[in-house]
Design a protein around this ligand. Structure first.
Ligand SMILES: *Cc1c(COP(=O)(O)O)cnc(C)c1O
Length: 293
């Protein structure tokens, strides 16, 4: 397996007149985007060292994790199988088409069977396969994500913000951050009360830094959007040239903008937003919704 050294930078922007730095994980790779590469890398290393041939994972029809896994598997010479939540749609999403183009086999699973995460015995017992949980949730995912803060200088930041789905990325940031840094997650799920427990389950039992979850910036729930959110995304792009995705990063930028307006920050605070990528998700929007492609 050749190694992959992702290159990315920090952009300096203003939100609500406040200076904010953005860690541009969206620059990591067009498809193995953002946090997904970091969450996958330990699983891929494990697959390689244990001589596995196949990667099996789970996700929805628009999942950034599915397409990132498909692309990473191809890049590093593994076969891949995606178990997709729900019946097979008449027309495949961009995400599923792209995953198939990267050679991923897709297996559609009724919502009920999917919720039970029941794999047929021949898949579970496939000695050639490793199984990556949905969204890369797990210790390996967290350990991979913990290197996000170490590959670029981030010690000076007092606040680090990231979108939260499974919370695996946030757990990695909490592991890597110093005790002087506040790590805060923006939940993209509505009324979801399990984030803290799910994140704490990943973190080592020994003392670790605390973290905070903001639950009021989901815009109605997972993948829900509004004209207000699109207007905000267009305005961010116009003023900063940074594209965001409507599921995760736009809501995170919006939250930081909103907190700045509420004077959540003090003079001297140094704010970092981790841009986790995911821009392929915007392909599901009607053309013309966003002023960037
Ligand atoms: C998957 C994803 C997340 C959520 O990451 P978790 O580690 O599951 O919390 C955040 N942002 C983007 C762009 C994603 O694709």
């Amino acid at each position: 397996m050749h190694t992959f050294q992702p290159l990315y930078s920090i952009s300096k922007i203003k939100l609500a007149s406040f200076s904010i730095d953005v860690l541009r994980l969206d620059q990591v790779h067009p498809v193995i985007s953002g946090n997904k590469w970091f969450k996958l890398k330990k699983y891929l290393e494990e697959a390689r060292t244990s001589g596995k041939k196949r990667i099996i994972t789970f996700g929805g029809a628009y999942s950034n994790h599915i397409v990132a896994t498909a692309a990473a598997a191809k890049k590093f010479g593994f076969q891949s199988l995606g178990i997709i939540r729900g019946e097979e749609p008449a027309v495949h999403s961009h995400t599923l088409k792209a995953a198939r183009e990267f050679g991923m086999m897709l297996l559609f699973s009724s919502r009920k069977a999917y919720e039970n995460k029941k794999l047929s015995p021949e898949l579970v017992n496939d000695p050639q396969a490793i199984i990556i949980p949905e969204g890369g949730y797990g210790i390996e995912g967290m350990l991979g994500a913990s290197s996000i803060l170490s590959s670029i200088k981030t010690e000076k930041y007092s606040h680090i913000f990231v979108a939260v789905g499974t919370g695996t990325t946030l757990a990695g940031l909490v592991m890597a951050a110093s005790s002087k840094q506040e790590v805060a997650g923006i939940s993209v799920l509505k009324n979801y009360t399990e984030h803290e427990a799910e994140i704490n389950r990943l973190l080592p039992a020994v003392k670790h830094n605390s973290f905070k979850i903001f639950s009021d910036y989901h815009f109605g729930g997972y993948a829900k959007r509004s004209t207000e959110l699109f207007a905000f995304m267009n305005q961010v792009y116009e003023t900063t040239t940074i594209p965001t995705d409507f599921v995760y990063t736009a809501k995170t930028f919006y939250a930081v903008d909103n907190l700045a307006r509420q004077r959540y920050f003090s003079p001297g605070d140094e704010i970092l937003i981790v841009h986790t990528g995911g821009l392929q998700g915007n392909l599901s929007l009607p053309k013309g919704t966003l002023i960037f492609g």
